[in-house]
Design a protein around this ligand. Sequence first.
Ligand code: T4K
Length: 400
Amino acid sequence: MKKNSVQELALFGGPPAFEETLHVGRPNIGNREKLQARINDLLDRRWLSNNGPFLIELEQRLAEFLKVDHCVAIANATIALEIAARALELQGEVILPSFTFVATAHAMQWLGITPVFCDVDPLTHNIDPAEVERLITPRTTGILGVHVWGRACNVEALNDIAQRHGLKVMFDAAHALACTHHGRIIGGFGHAEVFSFHATKFFNSFEGGAITTNDEEIAQRARSMRNFGFAGLDKVVGLGTNGKMSEISAAMGLTSLESLDEFIDVNRRNYRAYIAELDGIPGIRMIQYDPQERNNYQYIVIEVDEEKAVIDRDTVVDILHAENIRARRYFYPGCHQMEPYRSWHVPPLPETERLTQRVLQLPTGTAVTPREIEKICAIIRFAVSSSGEILKRTKRTDAD
Ligand code: T4K
């Protein structure tokens, strides 16, 4: 479909466009005065990085919150994944989903570990343990599950497979801060878990991430690796990198932590508003969070069933973009369809491919109001109800 035709169609008799663009991933900002006071403190102290007091406080508070023995704050989740994989001594092949942000796969490939792409469960969007077992080879050393949208992987099944095959298990928990699995907070599962505190996450430290673990040795290795391999003033005990979180990021992290409950409340309110507003639109299904678990509700995820909606996901996204709503298509087209992996000709992953064609995300967080959610949903309802007309007009315009 031509871009212009979508723009014309989006405006054709539908609800008016937003004047200011609404984004998925607009950062939540905590208490500015407290942040500014912390920034003054760190400037007065002239301690800007390298294990400063804000970093130590953030690590302690997060470890307490996540009920883990160790929390190692890192510059971002991608480097945290790399450091965690090295601390776990992963090598050869690691099995992970293709339905994830490309950083999960890149972190392994960057270390010379081959990411082996696994299909997902269509209901949970998480790595499918039965498929994992099928992909194990003599070169496999680990399984890297991703708690997609904050909904936990089948941790028990993955642990069981790992135990039977002598593998390590680690989780990419980039989406899963403050989420639970069977009532237990995510952070202490597997050998290690990795969180992202990127600006687009509901809890942010500008850039940032953390490795959490209950294993003292893994924590110690990670601490040393994030600081060039140092284990004392002049003593380097192994290979390392620079994965340190700066004090200004830790200051933002502490400030975000103080507003965590408020951010989740707003996300939950938005989530419920979207459920109510999208109810009954044919072919539009919003993924639901298990009410028995805690979730952070930071992703509003819609599946578009093209047959029932008579409109495909990409046209819905194009229409939303034309109306100044920057809906996203995470995780399109799937890591295995991105370079360098695409050139490897990975065998088909039918559930992943199906999902990557159907799924989109809508704006939420403290930057979005209930009134804006009503309007976003009105545009989606209008797009679906006019889909026959849109198809007719698009065909005509494309043929022009
Ligand atoms: N594992 C998983 C499963 C992940 O989802 C991610 C990251 C990682 C690992 C790696 O974590 P980090 O190394 O980043 O800590 C964004 C984020 O950059 C990325 O962190 C996130 N996942 C991913 C799902 O989304 P892009 O390429 O979509 O970013 P971008 O620049 O298009 O921004 C997204 C939207 O946010 C835009 O519409 C604009 C808005 N935005 C963004 C920033 C940075 C703002 O409004 N303000 C801002 O400051 O990846």
